[in-house]
Design a protein around this ligand. Sequence first.
Ligand SMILES: [Fe+2]
Length: 191
Amino acid sequence: MKIEKYKNFDLTDEEVFHTVIENFELGRPDLDELKAFAGRNPRNRSRFCLHRSVNDRVHEMIIAHPKGAYVRPHKHVGKAESMLILEGEADYFLFDDSGSVESVVEMSALGMGKPFYKKTAPSEYHSFLIRSEWLIFLEVTAGPFNKIETVFPSWAPQDEEVQQVDQYMKNRFAVLGNTSKPQVSHTEKLI
Ligand SMILES: [Fe+2]
């Protein structure tokens, strides 16, 4: 049976639930439900949008991604973004405009010993690799959402380019294989 609603959320897209009210709370069981929804989707991803409209001035999303998910490097023109990890571990990358890695930060949920919060300045290319079975995180940015403000570089493959994505992921994990410190800087080319 197709799910169309979860509590105060309407399913507005295969992967996206949007709240329909302003007063609500979420707990651990809701994150488990989010993972369950994600696990049934073709891309194994799902999110709760905690804002009611794409036109809202604050956009908050709780997002579930599985291990191995490809998050195509991108930047948000004129908008900062923050990530707060609720479950799991990830390596957060910043890139310069040509695709060289500027920094990698090993992150984990609060209590797991690594930074749990990352703020990224406007117009910085970023991405992350997931080290745990699932990564669940709160993402916050300014609205309204405007698709053209999210820019994808030519040096990072599109989601559909399966072989290139596979190579990209191998290259990224190869970089991480050389890291032992919580934060390192690299200056190698991407692909
Ligand atoms: Fe982003």
